[in-house]
Design a protein around this ligand. Sequence first.
Ligand SMILES: CC(C)(COP(=O)(O)OP(=O)(O)OC[C@H]1O[C@@H](n2cnc3c(N)ncnc32)[C@H](O)[C@@H]1OP(=O)(O)O)[C@@H](O)C(=O)NCCC(=O)NCCS
Length: 372
Amino acid sequence: MEINKGLENVYVKETSITYIDGELGRLYYRGYSIFDLAELSSFEETSYLIWYGKLPTQSQLDEFKKRLAEHRELPASIVDFLKKVRKDANPMDVLRTAVSMMGIEDNNKSESLLDKAISITAKIPTIISYYHRLRKNLDLVEPRNDLSHAENFLYMLNGNLPSEIERKVLDVALILHMDHEMNASTFACLVVASTLSDIYSAIVGGISALKGPLHGAANSEALKMFIEIGRVENVEEYILKRLENKQRIMGFGHRIYKTYDPRALILKKYAKDITRLKGLEELYKIAERVEQVGIKLLGSKGIYPNVDFYSGLVFYSLGFEPDFFPTVFTSARVVGWTAQIMEYLQDNRLIRPKAKYVGEIGKTYVPIHNRS
Ligand SMILES: CC(C)(COP(=O)(O)OP(=O)(O)OC[C@H]1O[C@@H](n2cnc3c(N)ncnc32)[C@H](O)[C@@H]1OP(=O)(O)O)[C@@H](O)C(=O)NCCC(=O)NCCS
């Protein structure tokens, strides 16, 4: 009997969505390299690719963009919830509850799973932006159907139209976060979906798993670390002390990648540009130094920067507050979750692993008044 703690190296399904080469640091969606998609594609086009399995023609893309844009508005009950919920809540808790409410509003509508996936994906940026603005006592900015997904997201968040570089940086960051084969949150989605529960419940499971600092919240932890370090000169001492205290460098290390996570490499370039534009170069320089010191100390163990290392800097520069970073991650990963769920359900098998019992058996039940 072999126990696979953490299910390391256990395959739970076949997939034609995402392929990772952890040794070479390569990532492919539907066979296309992440380097090409980040440079040349958009959120909408890559979502289409992940959901439909092929790149769209121009007319298919136009139609798809329109469809996605039409679903941005939230039901009144969710806006009402966002207005009433406490302002110091964890944004991932707020998002999780809002998606759960979407399931109640849906009330078993007979749409396809893909229609539901499109609706959830379109609405998540509205939830995030509304809660962001309500927390700051700012007026809500309603979604605009004439803007792209990334443009509209930043428009609703910041209240003004983003520049071309801001739009590009968000598009790239969202593409990079869209899917990642069988990670913890995707597996959580599949566990729920495999019981033939509904897609909203499955996504709620995914959000719950992504919230953890070992998964989707490492981005805000990494940024907190850069801010805490304060100056480039402090990096070496800070990192050494952290490792001495058996603390981890956030945004470093990965279960699959034993070299650079390609997403970190891509984001680094954009982080450099956007931090310079926003007057945050000092934070970028600190991050770059942490990267050098971290690789010097941990590289020989195969521990390198992962996607969360530079994404926090990027999200921060675009106007997102650190506790919102995992929600931005969610806004992209929901595409991968829903695609993986649909793929799994084509040949569903209830996920029901086993646990090896190591306790005693055959004990005598003693009535409570006789127990010492
Ligand atoms: C992501 C992560 C959980 C994957 O780790 P894993 O495959 O489970 O590997 P383990 O936790 O078993 O770690 C293996 C070794 O590497 C070390 N290690 C892993 N990540 C490390 C990090 N970020 N900083 C310092 N040491 C690290 C562990 O301390 C352990 O060392 P040991 O063998 O001397 O005890 C881990 O790298 C981590 O905690 N990273 C920080 C959080 C993070 O960035 N998460 C986002 C992932 S995309």
